[in-house]
Design a binder for this molecule. Structure first.
Ligand SMILES: Nc1ncnc2c1ncn2[C@@H]1O[C@H](COP(=O)(O)OP(=O)(O)OP(=O)(O)O)[C@@H](O)[C@H]1O
Length: 592
């Protein structure tokens, strides 16, 4: 099970993909004003930072060493102002960067979620929900970091570095060369760090996605976890996943700590070398004491951006995986949609030679011909897995057949706007799904019906008591409608399907969870409702299907028999056998 998750969260081969990165930078465009201000503040921040050691040098050389207080206070005040200025500018810049970063994150999440809502049903068959949640949460956050901690801060570091080296050269080229002598070993350390850190960070992210997917799946199936006594095993699998995640996090911490301490050591070596060489220059009068002190300050400031730059470069590289995952989602082709209006004809539905496979290999429906005339009641029966629900999913444009056509009043279904199509088809699926929210919002998502109509619908579907218990239309349903029984959920879904006054009603085992009395009552309501519209009915209990105008018997994805109940019984084929079997099992005969 564990591998099922981690395999999906593979660490990709590429490190930093500049094409993706450029695309990310394009996302900053709407906020370029703020981004430019944040960048524009960088030279001022660097200036405020760099002037401080120089002011110390002036204080020492012009006032402390000669013992002159003239102008001392002014310089000291300037030093204080430089410190304060640096802090204020850093605050303003940090705020701007974070604000832009958060906006980019919100944009990415919005675009990702909007895209998800437009993707084909097949996409969701392929991607576990936990992983999709991770893309819109942690992946987006990683990418948000790219802007703030990554791009802008790196530019800041580069500006500071260039400034420091320039000032050091200006003050003393010989001391600068001594300080820069530690740069080659530093580069080796930074190279090793970068290579190891980016791998470790990408592991962290991949493992977090795996952990999230696992948690989401097990929470969704918590009942089954308990039912099969799998708590212990689930906890063990969780522990393994989370230990892997923790271990990969430890690796990043180790590399980070190692980098910090090694850079400190090199900085100390550089300072010692400057003290040695600079001390001699001070004694021989080549350099002033103030220059030496300022140099030590500059060297310390020189190592910080170098170290940070390297750390940020690894963040940037590691974010590639997140960028890749987000853009992959944004590039996922949307479900192709037609734009035609629903025909205002009598409402004939026709399947012509329709074949379909979910994976493109295993055929699920084979050359289906089926007609639902205006106002007709057509039933689909057949063994489990014979393709009945799949046929209804094609009718709702959830999937597209590989062969054949589905026509509504002669118009190809795939030329129609799916939103319009789905409004005209009332569908009650085998697994009724309700959203957390009020009874009203579930019953009439479009908000088009008044209270009286909604209450009448509920009464028609035998839901008065439930509505009373929930204290009316504003009564709240919990997630997936868990505070209703499965039969009650089915009734509510029926009422919801009828609420839009559909031209065609598709009932996929829509009354399978009801007791006989309720089923009879709902059956009458459906028969009343069905008088004004066509009905496609799927039923395992044949007596539910018996009253249909025509019954199609599906067998392994093909239509094996077609006819009315009487005709099929007379044929003595599959349907007749099934009917006899159900009779023997005590299903009351009820011929239509
Ligand atoms: N999303 C899917 N991805 C891949 N295969 C699927 C998917 N949904 C269904 N199938 C396969 O398609 C076949 C037909 O499934 P379908 O749900 O249409 O059967 P059914 O006749 O409605 O069965 P039941 O009576 O159990 O509801 C089955 O073999 C099933 O395994």
């Amino acid at each position: 099970m564990r591998h099922g998750h981690t395999e999906l969260d593979t660490v990709t081969g590429r490190y930093l993909d500049w094409r993706l990165f450029r695309r990310f930078v394009a996302m900053v465009r709407p906020y370029r004003g703020q981004a430019v201000i944040a960048l524009g503040l960088l030279p001022f921040i660097a200036g405020a930072k760099l002037i401080q050691p120089y002011l110390i040098k002036l204080l020492i050389d012009n006032h402390i060493v000669p013992g002159s207080l003239d102008g001392f206070a002014g310089l000291a005040l300037l030093f204080l102002l430089a410190l304060l200025g640096e802090s204020l500018l850093l605050f303003a810049q940090g705020y701007l960067v974070q604000a832009v970063g958060q906006r980019i994150m919100a944009d990415l999440r919005r675009q990702g979620f909007r895209r998800m809502l437009r993707l084909s049903t097949a996409f969701f068959d392929r991607h576990p929900s936990g992983r999709l949640v991770t893309r819109l949460t942690s992946d987006v956050e990683n990418v948000g970091e790219l802007f703030g901690a990554g791009v802008i801060a790196s530019v800041g570091d580069i500006v500071t570095l260039i400034g420091i080296v320039a000032v050091m050269f200006w003050l003393s080229p010989s001391l600068t060369l001594v300080a820069l002598a530690v740069v080659p070993p530093l580069l080796v350390i930074l190279y090793l760090f970068r290579r190891n850190m980016r791998d470790a960070m990408r592991q962290v992210r991949a493992r977090l996605a795996g952990l999230n997917a696992f948690i989401a799946e097990r929470i969704a199936g918590i009942g089954e976890v308990r039912l099969f006594g799998q708590q212990r095993r689930t906890l063990d699998e969780f522990e393994t996943l989370q230990n892997d995640y923790r271990d990969s996090t430890f690796r990043t911490i180790e590399w980070d700590a190692a980098l910090y301490s090694l850079v400190e050591v090199l900085a100390a070596v550089a300072i010692a070398a400057i003290l040695w060489k600079g001390g001699g220059e001070v004694l021989t009068g080549i350099a002033s004491f103030g220059t030496l002190v300022a140099f030590i300050e500059y060297v310390q400031k020189f190592f910080i951006p170098l170290r940070d730059l390297s750390a940020k470069y690894s963040v940037l590289q590691a974010s590639n995986a997140s960028l890749e995952r987000i853009f992959e989602l944004l590039d996922e082709p949307e479900e192709p949609v037609g734009s035609g209006v629903y025909p205002h004809g009598p409402g004939e539905v026709r399947f012509e030679g329709v074949s379909f496979s979910y994976d493109g290999k295993t055929p699920v429906l084979k050359g289906i011909d089926l007609r639902i005339g205006p106002g007709e009641r057509v039933a689909l029966v057949g063994a489990t897995g014979s393709g009945k629900s799949t046929l209804t999913r094609l009718l709702l444009q959830f999937y597209r057949p590989q062969e054949g056509r589905i026509l509504i009043d002669g118009v190809d279904l795939y030329d129609l706007d799916p939103a319009e199509l789905r409004r005209r088809i009332g569908w009650v699926s085998q697994e009724p799904f309700l959203f957390a929210g009020t009874l009203r919002a579930n019953l009439d998502p479009a908000g088009t019906l008044d209270d009286a109509a909604l209450l009448a619908l509920l009464a028609d579907c035998g839901m008065e008591e439930v509505a009373e218990r929930l204290e009316g239309l504003e009564g709240v349903l919990s997630e997936r409608g868990r505070n209703l029984s499965s039969g009650e959920r089915q009734l509510l879904c029926l009422a919801r399907a009828l609420a839009s006054d559909p031209a065609l009603l598709v009932l996929d085992e829509a009354t399978s969870r009801l007791d006989s009395l309720t089923e009879q009552r709902v059956g009458e309501a459906l028969a009343r409702a069905g008088r004004r519209r066509s009905v496609l009915l799927i039923a395992h209990r044949l007596r539910t299907a018996a009253s249909a105008d025509r019954i199609h018997v599906l067998h392994r994805g093909s239509v094996a028999e077609v006819g009315s109940h009487r005709e099929l019984l007379a044929q003595g084929g599959l349907y007749a056998r099934l009917w006899r079997l159900q009779e023997l099992n005590g299903e009351p005969e009820e011929e239509g």
